[in-house]
Ligand binder design. Sequence first.
Ligand code: BG6
Ligand code: MG
Length: 214
Amino acid sequence: MKMTKACLFDLDGVIVDTAVYHFQAWRRLANELGFDFTEHQNEQLKGISRMESLELILKWGNVTLTEEEKIERATRKNAWYLESVMQMTPNEVLKGVPEFLKELRANGIKIALGSASKNSRLILEKINMIEFFDVIIDGNNITKGKPDPQVFLLGAEATNCKPADCVVFEDALAGVRAGKSGGMRVVGVGDPKILHEADFVINGFEEMTIDRLF
Ligand code: BG6
Ligand code: MG
């Protein structure tokens, strides 16, 4: 029988839906540079770091910037993004998440965050979820972004659990791949067509119970 000793959660798109705020802020930046991109293109930005996102967007717009200009633009985008984050409330926590985390807790299963975001602590505070997490590994702790497994391997290590005893929850293909290549079981959250490399896919946490972990 498989053991589950820790669950590792992505943040954006799993605990809370911040993708729309990222999209609005990146779009504002693109518009300033004289082009636009679609919600469909925005899908490719899920799970990847701030600077990787900027590189892709600049490629879409055929815009070249110096390293210094890139940092300046990314900083501006983040300031706009944070204006939205500051308005967030606990109402934005995705359905079924608090109930599932409470169930994990009641059963002694460790809870860790494994996110590419450098804003994860602030977001968790805004939505009143920070105290659920035993461990937080985010964009401030990693040198390699998803699909590299680093973020989840560090999470497993910090919970003192072997990768095989961990289950990852992810809404992005890059994140599903990160979990799988780290030797973990992965539950996709979202579209089964996009997340088919996961062990199984749920639509949302209302349909997730602890017995599905084993
Ligand atoms: C991920 C998001 O969680 O964090 C990405 O899915 C985002 O879209 C990345 O680019 C980095 O976030 P931040 O908050 O550090 O800019
Ligand atoms: Mg995500």
